[in-house]
Design a binder for this molecule. Structure first.
Ligand SMILES: [Zn+2]
Ligand SMILES: [Zn+2]
Length: 368
């Protein structure tokens, strides 16, 4: 998004287009070409653009421009003249910036690794704000600043260190209430362990600092969910406190997500840990192992804070003297995700990002 997306309440929206799920019946359609995603996703049509370069005109490029605009790489088009299918200089520059941000060769063409990265699930928070990349170019010195904040670094103020959360909207999900309580309690405990923040569930929405709910489609904040695939969840920066999950996803709330029957299964706790990071004021990190990395793989559990997450949150809230540090990261491996480029494109030095301007966005802008 080229401009900050402001909620009716005036809060900056963080958001997540993480992932998506699909019903088992449609999960693995036969006849897919090699290299095609193992299941449909809203961006799958970008695969058809592989190899496209400057000067070409290809059906679907307008949709890709919408995608890049959504994440801040192109300014939104004037309503009077929507994006066209022409591969122009602006698109080439946008792709090159994207490639640099994701550690890919900055060719400015839609090579296969780039397309593979683009179709992979990701968060809706923009990478480029007000025309300034917040990712690779924003790193300082030796790239030591890896985590990111929201513009203005909003946090919960010092007199609010005991935060209450309420699970307020569950009618749209089949997950039972006690399971949800357990999942979210574990997710919050990850952040509490590293800081002096404390979290407790309250049954009273009016008492709550943070509200958590499952919603389908439009749900009143201008950031409609998109059904299976695409947007998984979004959360608002401090001190808004809203955390919304797409009820249409194949959430796994207990047991081993890697053995879930749906190939689009998404681990609820993993997404919750990520979204809580936004609720507390963290933006995205380019460290692939970090909780605040924008994407999450289906069939994968990722709930442990990585050192980058810990440094980020402790810079905002101080450390917990009892914190025992992070456990060494074990790369997530059990994935059925089609995306493999995220790993390939990664820089060994973990160069990264700082959100310096405005933020962010949510919601899938692309038509299926
Ligand atoms: Zn996110
Ligand atoms: Zn929402």
């Amino acid at each position: 998004m080229g401009s900050p997306l402001v909620s009716p309440a005036g809060a900056v929206v963080a958001a997540v287009v993480l992932f998506a799920a699909v019903s088992p019946a449609t999960a693995f359609p036969s006849g897919l070409p090699p290299g095609a995603p193992p299941f449909p996703n809203p961006w799958a049509a970008f695969q058809n653009l592989s190899g496209c370069h400057m000067g070409e005109e290809r059906p679907g490029l307008a949709g890709l421009k919408d995608y890049l605009s959504h994440f801040g790489y192109l300014p939104p088009p004037p309503s009077s003249s929507p994006f066209t299918d022409a591969f122009d200089h602006d698109l080439e520059a946008a792709i090159a910036t994207y490639q640099r941000n994701f550690g890919l060769n900055a060719t400015g063409t839609l090579d296969a690794p780039t397309v593979s990265q683009m179709v992979s699930p990701r968060c809706g928070v923009a990478d480029v704000v007000n025309g300034t990349s917040t990712m690779a170019k924003g790193s300082h010195g030796n790239g030591r600043h890896l985590y990111a904040y929201f513009p203005g670094s909003p946090t919960w103020p010092p007199f609010r260190r005991d935060l209450k959360y309420a699970i307020t909207a569950t009618s749209a999900t089949a997950i039972d209430r006690s399971t949800l309580s357990d999942v979210f309690a574990r997710a919050f405990s990850r952040w509490a362990a590293a800081t002096n923040l404390r979290f407790s569930e309250t049954a009273s929405e009016s008492d709550a600092d943070i509200t958590i709910g499952f919603y389908a489609g439009s749900h009143g904040d201008g950031e409609p969910f998109d059904g299976p695939l695409g947007t998984l969840a979004h959360a608002f920066s401090p001190t808004d406190g809203r955390f919304h999950l797409d009820a249409a996803e194949a959430w796994v709330a207990g047991g081993d997500v890697s053995s879930a029957s749906s190939p689009g299964a998404v681990d609820l706790e993993s997404v919750a840990v990520h979204e809580i990071g936004h609720l507390l004021g963290l933006g995205h990190s380019s460290v692939p192992e970090a909780i605040m990395y924008p994407t999450i793989r289906t069939g994968t559990r990722k709930v442990e804070l990585e050192s980058d997450d810990v440094q980020g949150i402790q810079s905002l809230y101080g450390s917990n003297p009892n914190f025992r540090g992070v456990t060494p990261t074990s790369p997530a491996t059990s994935s059925r995700e089609m995306d493999s480029a995220a790993g390939e494109g990664r820089r060994p030095d973990g160069v990264f990002v700082f959100f310096v301007g405005a933020v962010a966005a949510v919601g899938l802008l692309l038509a299926p």
